[in-house]
Design a protein around this ligand. Structure first.
Ligand code: ATP
Ligand code: ATP
Ligand code: MG
Ligand code: MG
Ligand code: MG
Ligand code: MG
Length: 266
């Protein structure tokens, strides 16, 4: 055998199991904050929606999209974010554990790194964590239904929370979940008739969550060019750069997908 003989320990590598994601499928990694009900309480998140916390989630997701490869769209609400890898991605040979742990750790470290930018002097009291899971979707239809499912979840929870916290803040509701029975009724109606609020006028960030997409932007830079035997001169070079853009819009209907036909592959 060669001088680079494998050690007698090396066989343990074979205990690793194959977790390659099926080819041709969209790979979705969804993260969710660990015990954020308590995290929100400890850090005195405003209820029902703390915009600093939502901004920090979005900033962290932005960092994931920029630092990792092949993410085509991301969607987040509350303490969760979903990242969609393009179906042809071969990043880390499509190994689920590699993709998921890179997303989770990049997101978690960014959440801590950018904390101060959103919460100022309010101290971060302990290190937060996020769980991750990988789900494969074989068709555009399934992927769209997945994203629709998360946005519908955002809607249901936000409508409930908006009514609940309006009753607490303005309606003198004291004991928690005192009127959950009533809440099962028409929540829009409670807001409208009792508090003169139109749910549709609440912020789109809260009602729709946050969708991150890549946007192509032409960027013109000026360069000094010096050719031999010529005067140095300025040339303008335009190149297309892509940057992450945050949207707070409906992604369930057709409009969004018609406006952004590049996201999904054929
Ligand atoms: P688990 O570890 O099982 O996920 P959890 O406490 O994180 O438990 P979730 O179902 O993920 O439970 O709910 C997240 C909770 O975090 C929400 O119910 C809400 O109380 C709180 N939360 C998250 N983001 C915000 C925000 N921006 N503003 C106010 N509260 C928030
Ligand atoms: P990959 O992303 O594939 O893991 P990598 O650059 O992290 O790439 P590793 O095989 O994990 O490659 O090697 C980690 C490298 O980090 C080491 O080769 C060494 O250069 C550097 N490194 C890590 N810890 C230390 C340390 N305590 N002191 C000095 N260098 C270190
Ligand atoms: Mg949960
Ligand atoms: Mg959670
Ligand atoms: Mg959650
Ligand atoms: Mg390494």
């Amino acid at each position: 055998s060669s001088t680079m003989a494998k050690s007698k320990f090396e066989y343990v590598r074979n205990f690793e199991t194959d977790d390659t994601c099926l080819r041709n499928c969209y790979i979705v990694v969804r993260l969710d904050g660990r015990n954020f009900h308590k995290f929100a309480e400890k850090h005195k998140f405003t209820k029902p929606n703390d915009n600093r916390a939502l901004g920090l989630m979005t900033r962290s997701a932005h960092s994931v999209m920029e630092e990792l490869e092949d993410i085509i769209v991301a969607y987040g609400q509350s303490d969760e974010f979903s990242f969609v890898f393009k179906r042809t991605s071969n990043w880390f040979k499509r190994r689920a554990s590699k993709l998921m742990t890179h997303v989770a750790s990049q997101f978690s470290s960014s959440y801590v790194f950018y904390w101060k930018k959103f919460f100022g002097e309010k101290p971060l009291l302990y290190p937060p964590g996020f769980d991750g899971r990988v789900v494969l979707y074989p068709s555009n239809h399934n992927l769209r239904d997945y994203l629709s499912w998360r946005q519908a979840d955002c809607h249901v929870n936000n409508l409930y929370n908006t009514v609940f916290w309006t009753l607490v803040h303005k309606g003198g509701l004291t004991t928690s979940r005192q009127r959950t029975g009533t809440l099962a009724a028409d929540k829009n109606e409670i807001l409208f008739s009792e508090f003169d609020m139109n749910y549709n006028n609440e912020s789109a960030l809260h009602r729709k969550g946050t969708t991150l997409i890549w946007e192509k932007q032409d960027e013109t830079v000026t360069k000094q060019v010096k050719l031999p035997n010529e005067e140095e001169k300025e040339v303008h070079v335009t190149r297309s750069r892509k940057r992450v853009r945050a949207l707070h819009c409906d992604i369930i209907g057709e409009q969004f997908w018609e406006d952004h036909p590049d996201i999904l592959e054929d």
